[in-house]
Design a protein around this ligand. Sequence first.
Ligand code: ZN
Length: 293
Amino acid sequence: MDPQQTAEVLGALERRLTSLEQTVLQLIEGPAAPYLVLTYPEPIATSLAREQSAAHYHEKFFSLLDVGETSVRYIAALVLAVLCDGASPPIPLRLMGAPISLGSWAGLVAESSESLRASRSEFAEHVTTGLFRSSGKPTPANRLLLSEFVNLRNRERGHGSARPEGVYEGLYRRHVSEIHDSLKSLPFLNLPLVRVEQINFAGGTIQYDLKVLMGPSPMGRIETARCSKQVSRGETCLWDWGEELLALDGLLSYVVCDECGAEHTFFLDQATTKAAHYYTYSTNHRIERPPIH
Ligand SMILES: [Zn+2]
């Protein structure tokens, strides 16, 4: 390469580096929104993205309620998956039958403190760290999301008629920081949610191709993990970036929607002896699957 070509290549590289540097700085220092959204699992990230892009305060506020609700249900799914450890059904028998309320999901997390701390699993440790102090008392994020937020949501969703935009602006401004701050203080929310796409057996180990379900509308990024535990193809799991997968066992599934054909994260809503009913916050669609026990 002659000196002039070298100089051109170096110049092009320098421009590329400068632009990359600017992008990184914008992500770190700029509005927290895009950075915040991309590091959360799909159902929470989708609600956060909607909250942050909404043009009107009533939309922002109701999307913020979705952020809180998806977080409570996501946390409950993780806690139950850790505690049931493959046993079925993954929910207590008293919750079989009727639709399960947000308060019931939150209650399950609140009463899990001792069992979580007694569990030896790695995921139990991850979840306990964000939710409970070493004394077993709830952390501030736990109190806010699983108690105060549930009351706020029940009060505001139950409000029959629409109110002036200024009321929603007030509600949104009053609650947005505490909800965002609570999410930020729960490190296990940044562990990747994944779906097992392919299982390869090689030399006595099992290798999983995992679709990463982080951020709104996951783009199909695939990571590979070696793991000794058997997990079925199509199962939605939490992954520790290493060798551990926690199967979410029908509590939460990222699947193709029967109503619109797109993929969403569905939360278990109601489990009867005949069927399991699921709901997604991203489109309010519902699906039915065989019973979970
Ligand atoms: Zn759908």
